[in-house]
Design a protein. Structure first.
Ligand SMILES: *[C@@H]1O[C@H](CO)[C@@H](O)[C@H](O)[C@H]1NC(C)=O
Ligand SMILES: *[C@@H]1O[C@H](CO)[C@@H](O)[C@H](O)[C@H]1NC(C)=O
Ligand SMILES: *[C@@H]1O[C@H](CO)[C@@H](O)[C@H](O)[C@H]1NC(C)=O
Ligand SMILES: *[C@@H]1O[C@H](CO)[C@@H](O)[C@H](O)[C@H]1NC(C)=O
Length: 373
């Protein structure tokens, strides 16, 4: 960031007049839209965060340190500074790389209840200690999107229930990647009445059993998309069974970037939800089309599998939009050359590192639902 001449700083609160040599942890763009802070310095200049006060998108990295020092004042009644929080333009916030006491998380969400924050991302956080008792009414922010990646909680499987108590209902998109526990305490969990997208991608140890534990029955009545990229899924049939137990009826199911295999002979059959009209089975190492898919689909994506011959009509559901690109029977080289708009060059469409592509794929989904693009 270009530093303002010091005489200009005379017009500003003295707290902003930091020494010339100190590396500025926060940077805000010229439009005051995006503000990024990285507090890795052993003695970070926390006050630099004031620069973000009028930004719409704020990303704060804590350098892995403990934020315990901010506990002082965590019990202040947020009504005292409600007007200030209400005035913030903040819509998207990312908090990453820190150890945070659960009490602080709760205080923080309570304060954000006065803000117009829509999207919250928590990443690489270790949440320590017990959560304070829940508020009497939902006081937190009215988020539309909540994303967590690699967040651990001292309270194990109860974490989602506790976090939920600090949010107003109305959450539409929930992304949970690299979770430490997805075995939720379903009896305590409240319904997510408006949740349309549940994305549990990048949980390679989840599998069908883990999915059954995570999909608390009847808690996701509005679900439209279930996204399970790189989630240790083995068969579409297993996912069908988990969905039936949970009573979810999505329109779209994404099982891409899993190592799928054919359903074992004698495995229990399953009735797919009638609503389901789109299944993504791309990058799944399939040598044949799995049996027992829904009889009729609008979209079936079988891109980048290992199909050695064209599937016969009786092996496929009735599909209006079928993608088979990147299968060996279509291009024996295993590469399907196409323009990549990002790199403006010719790249193989089916990369061989399923995991790496899975990770970036999740980012794409997140950006799409988050309205970044
Ligand atoms: C923060 O700064 C540290 C040290 O300069 C660097 O290693 C790290 O990658 C930075 N983090 C981000 C997210 O930019
Ligand atoms: C997950 O977060 C912890 C901090 O809570 C960090 O130490 C670790 O490196 C992160 N893991 C990954 C894979 O990023
Ligand atoms: C299926 O998933 C792949 C990779 O995860 C993605 O690139 C593709 O756009 C998806 N297809 C559909 C039809 O959504
Ligand atoms: C097929 O489905 C994909 C993903 O939903 C969509 O982007 C594409 O436009 C569809 N193609 C046709 C021909 O309908």
């Amino acid at each position: 960031m270009v530093r303002a001449p010091c005489w200009l700083l005379l017009l500003l609160p003295p707290v902003l007049c930091v020494s010339e040599t100190a590396l500025e942890p926060c940077e805000v763009d010229d439009e005051d839209f995006r503000c990024f802070c990285n507090f890795t310095d052993p003695e970070p200049e926390w006050s630099s965060a004031f620069q973000c006060v009028s930004a719409v998108e704020v990303e704060i990295h804590g350098g892995g340190r403990s934020l315990e020092q901010f506990l002082k004042g965590a019990d202040t009644d947020p009504k005292q500074y409600a007007d200030m929080v209400k005035a913030l333009r903040l819509r998207r916030l990312t908090v990453a790389s820190a150890q945070v006491p659960a009490v602080l998380v709760a205080a923080f969400l309570r304060a954000l209840g006065y803000s117009r924050l829509k999207e919250l991302t928590l990443q690489d956080l270790e949440v320590t200690g017990a959560t304070p008792p829940p508020p009497r009414e939902a006081t937190g922010p009215a988020l539309s999107t909540l994303s967590l990646r690699n967040v651990s909680w001292a309270t194990g499987g109860a974490w989602l229930t506790e976090l939920q108590q600090w949010l107003k209902p109305g959450l539409k998109v929930l992304n949970i990647a690299q979770a430490h526990s997805l075995a939720f305490s379903c009896a305590q969990l409240s319904t997510f009445p408006a949740l349309t997208t549940l994305d549990l991608s990048d949980n390679p140890r989840l599998g069908e059993r883990g999915l059954t534990a995570a999909l608390c029955p009847h808690k996701f009545p509005a679900l439209q998309a279930l996204v399970l990229r790189n989630a240790g899924i083995e068969t579409p049939n297993g996912v069908c069974l988990a969905m039936a137990v949970a009573g979810v009826q999505p329109h779209h199911l994404d099982l891409s970037h899993n190592s799928l295999r054919a359903t074992a002979p004698g495995a229990p059959g399953c009735v797919w939800p009638k609503t389901l009209n789109s299944i993504n089975l791309s990058f799944a190492g399939l040598e044949q089309v799995p049996k027992g898919l829904p009889a009729r689909l609008s979209v079936l994506d079988l891109r980048c599998n290992k199909l050695n011959r064209e599937p016969r009509p009786e092996e496929l559901p009735k599909v209006s939009n079928l993608t088979l690109d990147g299968n060996p029977f279509l291009d024996p080289e295993g590469f399907n050359y196409q323009e990549d708009p990002m790199k403006s060059g010719v790249v193989p469409a089916c990369a061989h590192s399923a995991l790496a592509v899975g990770m970036s794929g999740t980012l794409v989904v997140f950006q799409r639902v988050g309205g970044f693009t």
